[in-house]
Write a protein that binds this ligand. Sequence first.
Ligand SMILES: [Zn+2]
Length: 88
Amino acid sequence: MPIYEYLSESPGEPGFSCRICTKGFELFRPIDREALVKCPTCRNAVRKVISKVSSPRTTPAKPFSTSDAKKAGFTVLEKRDTGVYEKM
Ligand SMILES: [Zn+2]
């Protein structure tokens, strides 16, 4: 599920934006739902800033290991001498 980042249309304007949308907030939202147009708390107009694939924000990224990939449900393929890919 993608994460959408929203930011107030008028950040920093007293009386318009709450602390949440002034700083910007992230929202998990199904891709088939329309974009959020109002802050859920203060009802101020917000706009979508970034949409990205949901992934943990770890820097530096952990090395991608075969066992991690398998745990995540990936099918791990390894190249063999014959040039065919064998399902592990
Ligand atoms: Zn707000």
